[in-house]
Write a protein that binds this ligand. Structure first.
Ligand code: HEC
Ligand code: HEC
Length: 475
């Protein structure tokens, strides 16, 4: 019997070469149906475009891109050199064989912008030193800013590509090293405020106010009797600019999140271990295919989704999407991300902290080794329906943090997930809305007025508190 052994040989060789499992079909009807946890009012859960429409949307071509430098660090002649580049397609699934190939290709997808032209910032801004001073945008050790790239899609035209994953999910550490996937520290909404202010000067405040109000409509929830998101209909421009300035780096408004309650940007290092994605646990991650679906949803699909149905009708020729191969490479890359080397060593104090962590039963919700139960916690004002208990992992307790994002945003499921405590030493600000800058503040009772709830560890003696924090910084 020749055939079976050939088959075995073929698969054996494929495994040796590091080849992957078959590529999941991203917009598979059954998988999309199982993807999301219903919204707090389930009748208004989003209905997405049908599979058949999805696959008629043309695929994004990904071109070679180049680093963006702080204006004072740009190599001499860089602009002319860029202008002489030819467009070059850099994602070609046919050339990917080993797992390492797929990871490298995924990094390209991660860093590829989806907007070409000013969004949070424009080509003029990144070449203006004042912009960095005003917004506090960090610059990497080598003089680059890893949140955007120059790209040549057409001969002789150099564009600023942004709104790729790198725009929000890249962190520049205090020593200038870059950690891809970590909670980003690109001050996105501060740049938005800067852009608004400048645009108002050029185009006139009335016009910009009108545009901002139109933009804010996408966050409204018409099915709520009292929709707090409607406040943007009457808010003035100065107030909007002020609101943008108040959002710290590490927190960012994002499509279908909320202008009023912008969420903390999560750390993507370790994302493969999480059962629920988004602070509200909106996406139930059961396989790599679900992370592909998540990525497509936030970048391309959600803007067309209909809350409460019927299924949206869109013209596929007017849109663009990632291919299944691009999304598979991206998700494989995300799963491969590892944290930077932790400089905090174990000692007597961290050992004492570990005991405090055990004594206070933090592990009831944050058990090792992931330091999350991977469960959802209902917020005040929401009662989980019985049927959720059958298919979702839910805690019976509540922690009393601010329920508004979980109830009054288009990602609001009525839950917050229990976040992992890994990587706390390199990331922040904390809490689903990023309202707490540091661990020291998290365990300080004074934060309750800004970020209520989660009272665990607040009344510890100083020595135990310091030890607990030291322990948490080793994770
Ligand atoms: C404009 C900023 C921005 C961009 C661009 C962006 N994200 Fe995010 N991302 C966020 C924010 C903010 C959240 C938190 C949303 C929430 O919790 O409701 C988030 C959440 C996530 C999560 C959930 C993780 C978790 O543990 O809960 C994943 C996964 C993710 N993003 C992947 C991506 C990928 C992949 C890309 C590129 C295709 C991308 N994001 C582009 C801002 C961004
Ligand atoms: C009953 C469950 C529960 C217990 C017990 C618990 N936590 Fe949490 N923890 C949560 C939830 C839920 C959140 C997210 C809250 C939010 O963002 O609104 C959270 C958030 C955190 C955060 C912020 C993480 C981030 O990335 O923003 C830290 C730090 C934390 N917990 C540490 C602890 C420590 C230390 C203990 C013990 C003293 C503890 N927790 C006990 C459920 C719990």
């Amino acid at each position: 019997m020749k055939t079976p052994s050939l088959v075995v040989c073929f698969f054996g060789a494929a495994v040796l070469a590091g080849a992957q499992e078959p590529i999941p079909r991203t917009w598979d009807t059954a998988a999309v149906r199982e993807l999301e946890v219903p919204l707090a009012d389930a009748r208004y859960s989003p209905v997405h475009i049908p599979e058949e429409t999805y696959y008629r949307i043309p695929v994004r071509t990904i071109y070679r891109s180049y680093p963006v430098y702080h204006p004072k660090r740009e190599p001499a002649g860089y602009r002319d050199w860029l202008a002489a580049r030819e467009p070059e397609v850099v994602f070609d699934a046919a050339r990917l064989a080993s797992k390492a190939d797929w990871i490298a290709a995924g990094e390209i997808v991660f860093n590829s912008g989806t907007s070409f032209g000013p969004v949070l910032f424009g080509a003029g801004e990144v070449r203006n030193a004042e912009f960095y001073e005003q917004t506090g945008m960090p610059v990497a050790k080598d003089g680059t800013i890893p949140f955007a790239r120059w790209v040549v899609r057409k001969r002789g035209v150099v564009e600023l590509a942004s709104m790729g994953c790198n725009t929000c999910h890249t962190r520049v550490m205090p020593d200038g090293t870059v950690v891809p996937g970590a909670q980003g520290n690109n001050p996105g909404d501060r740049q938005g405020a800067w852009m608004l202010e400048r645009a108002a000067k050029f185009a006139g405040p009335e016009k910009i106010l009108e545009r901002m109000r139109a933009f804010a409509r996408q966050f409204e929830m018409p099915w709520l009797a009292e929709d707090p998101n409607r406040v943007y209909r009457t808010m003035g421009l100065a107030e909007m600019i002020e609101a943008g300035r108040r959002v710290p780096a590490g927190v960012n408004v994002r499509s279908n999140t909320s202008l009023l309650y912008p969420p903390q940007i999560p750390d993507l290092i370790g994302v493969g271990e999480r059962h629920y994605l988004d602070h509200t646990g909106l996406v139930h991650q059961k396989s790599i295919g679900d992370l592909m679906r998540y990525s497509s949803l936030v970048q391309d699909v959600l803007s067309t989704s209909a809350y409460g149905g019927p299924a949206p009708v869109v013209d596929p020729s007017k849109r663009v999407r990632f291919s299944d191969e691009q999304l598979f490479a991206l998700a494989t890359y995300l799963y491969s991300l590892r944290p930077p080397v932790n400089p905090n060593a174990f000692d007597a104090r961290t050992e004492q902290g570990r005991k405090v962590f055990a004594r206070l039963r933090c592990a009831a919700c944050h058990p090792a080794p992931l330091y999350t139960s991977n469960k959802l916690m209902p917020v005040d004002g929401f009662t989980p329906p019985e049927e959720h208990r059958k298919r979702l992992a839910i805690h019976d307790r509540r922690v009393g943090t601010d329920p508004r994002y979980a109830l009054h945003s288009r990602k609001g499921t009525g839950y917050y997930k229990v976040p992992s405590l890994k990587g706390l030493w390199y990331r922040g600000p904390l809490e689903h809305g990023g309202r707490v800058a540091t661990l020291e503040e998290w365990f300080d009772a004074g934060r309750i007025s800004r970020a209520p709830g989660h009272r665990f560890g607040l009344d510890l003696k100083n020595e135990d508190k310091t030890a607990l924090i030291a322990f948490l910084k080793t994770l």
